[in-house]
Ligand binder design. Sequence first.
Ligand SMILES: Nc1ncnc2c1ncn2[C@@H]1O[C@H](COP(=O)(O)OP(=O)(O)O)[C@@H](O)[C@H]1O
Ligand SMILES: [Mg+2]
Length: 428
Amino acid sequence: MVMKVLVLGGGGREHALIWKIAKSTQVSQVYSVPGNAGIGQMAGVECYQVDVGKNFAGLIEFSKKKKIDLTVVGPEAPLVNGMVDAFEAAGLHILGPTQSAAKIEGSKVWAKELMERYAIPTAPFKVFDSVASAMTYLTEQNRFPIVVKADGLTGGKGAIVCGNLMEATTAVVQMMVDKEWGDAGNRVVIEDYLDGEEASFIVLTDGVNVVPLASSQDHKAIYEGGPNTGGMGAYSPAPVVTPEMHERIMREIIKPTITAMVDEGRLYRGVLYAGLMITADGPKVLEYNCRCGDPETQPIMVRLESDIVPALLACIDGTLDQVNLKWNDKAAVCVVMASGGYPGQYEKGKVITGLDAVGTMEDVVVFHSGTALDTQGQFVTAGGRVLGVTALGEDIRRAQLRAYQAVDLIKFEDEYHRTDIAWRAINR
Ligand SMILES: Nc1ncnc2c1ncn2[C@@H]1O[C@H](COP(=O)(O)OP(=O)(O)O)[C@@H](O)[C@H]1O
Ligand SMILES: [Mg+2]
């Protein structure tokens, strides 16, 4: 079969997915909505600006017109808003959870209560729908750090680790009074702080069978201890996920979650991402995401040796038990190059140089996030996160060195990147 695939989204995650999907022998054409300048330059890939429309009608019309055989959704919001339901109702093939299953990311309250009902390990928590009750709890507990989380989607900014009562108060006010994230802050989860090392555990599932992707870890903070961003870098594998830990995560977390979703009548199909804290007491779930992580997807796709398309189709067909993914033994490190000022204010339109030189480096792949082409056809910055530079190496240390060699060749005004991506894995 020769397929046309549509990928929704326009970040580094989507560039990495498209890079992998476009290599498939089963795929003749990839459409990217909205894509970015890097995606637009790929052979066999076309970017389109499409008005999503009410209930995804614009996207459905586009998919029918282009005769799309498979749609892959990058970001969480369309999934939580029912894109899969809408596409399926229109008779289109799409990979991802339905709206009712995507609730596992759409509502942190719901996800915590699910874990409680099915004894899936997670931090002890309480749910609050008023400032007064939240404040009473925080004052009574008087135990810090503690974590305050907005219930709904906040683009990764609504979980705040609070070191003292003042910080916790600020977090509650920000969410529940100032409504910084609108209705997402109508309710908050307050949970115990967990000590340990984090890992991202991402799997493909057809609702029953599970195929794990390689383990990974991202760096959310703009610098160690600084404010959170969409993600400043990532590496794979995550050494904290030893073979024994992998087995435990599958047994104690992933499989019970998939079964729980069946029992709840919310069969979960697509990508399930468990954000974990590996504590002295075993792995615990910090949160679930209903899609791939960004930037984790970048090192993961670079390490994936198998064709991804049969695995994606098997998620939809319910035949994932017949899929086995092969991984490159090498480690991959991804360094995000950002616009100076991000995650706050930053300027756009800075000319990017050095991409051609890096393009000739072996074992290095650059995925674009916020880039555009100017009138002279040069790449310019167009977002906070601009590029993800991923390198393979015999081990994490060598992959890191290689990634930074490439980063050093790429320049744009006010460029910022972390210089310590994968430090924790290297220090082990
Ligand atoms: N219970 C917890 N203990 C310690 N750190 C936490 C806890 N919950 C969240 N965090 C930290 O906050 C980050 C964001 O929390 P998460 O639940 O993943 O929400 P989101 O990704 O929506 O912002 C985590 O990656 C982790 O670093
Ligand atoms: Mg998270």
